[in-house]
Design a protein. Sequence first.
Length: 366
Amino acid sequence: MREYHACSICGRKYEEEELTLFAGDFFCETCLDEETVVCTDCGERIWADQNSGNSGHPLCQRCFDRHYTNCERCGTVISNDEAYYLEDGDDYPYCESCYHILQNQVIHNYDYHPEPHFYGTGKRFFGVELEIDKGGEIGSNAEKILAVGNRDEEYFYCKHDGSRDDGFEIVSHPATAEYHLTQLPWKEVMAEAVSLGYRSHQACTCGLHIHISRDSFGDTEAAQDAAIGRLLFFVEKHWNELLKFSRRTNRQLERWAARYGYKDTPKEMMDQAKNYHYGRYTCVNLTNSNTVEIRIFRGTLKYTTLAATIQLTNRLCSLVTALTDEELRSLSWSEFIASVREPELIQYLKERRLYLNEPVESEVEL
């Protein structure tokens, strides 16, 4: 007498020899093909939703882990032997197609980190990241901007930014504050971006991030931590003034540059920051090994605003490396700005109604 069994998926009854036993259940041929795949490498049958490869090259997790990886750019499954890397020692694998695109592209991938060129003398260098939007993530536009910016030296490069809808990021190589404002052609770069239809401040979501060389905060790790703690303390103590300076809203900063929360001393601020586990989206990002990044500023294509922002950041660095904890704790905002001498910074502080004297009218931000 023939024995019949029901397919565990569709419920139809078949003779036993028409079914396949898998994972303790019977499957008809149709349901088996829909619900399972066979690993191309080892031949093991696995559930379709556990396929670590793709439809044309199914893989069990064990074979994938041993012999395969994913292209960092497009996600395609590639064998370890066929993976390409942009630099020796790079941890990011690419398929052949994406590798050749990245080798020749003007707007680099978000994880692109070229060998830095340092401009100026001293220990305090600033790397500026300026996000622009509304003009397209278009290589030919980036080429035009870089042709202006790198006419004399290789000062700038461009990167993809996942938070941009229709633009990219202009990144400077590290330079001193003085070099940024006297040698780098920021005015021309910004004017070219505006002429191509880009906006930054008016795009609402763009940021202006400034990386500061960590070594400039002290000769030892302890000295650096102490100075960075004072920087964190100053930012928290004078949050309302810096919020006004940044041209951001509290809601925007909660998303892109969150506060650590006020503590009574710089050391407590630093201890708290070291135990903060929410990544780089903080007002002062400490996750980079070589830099400290201030992320609170809104993007701009107005040169005097950029200049004022670099000058403020430079003053903050001088302040926290010169004062003791007690001196910084007792410092008021008015005392801090009383020593300001830079004309761009004074003008901007007046425009934002953060200066001692009468406010002045400002030009439109772009």
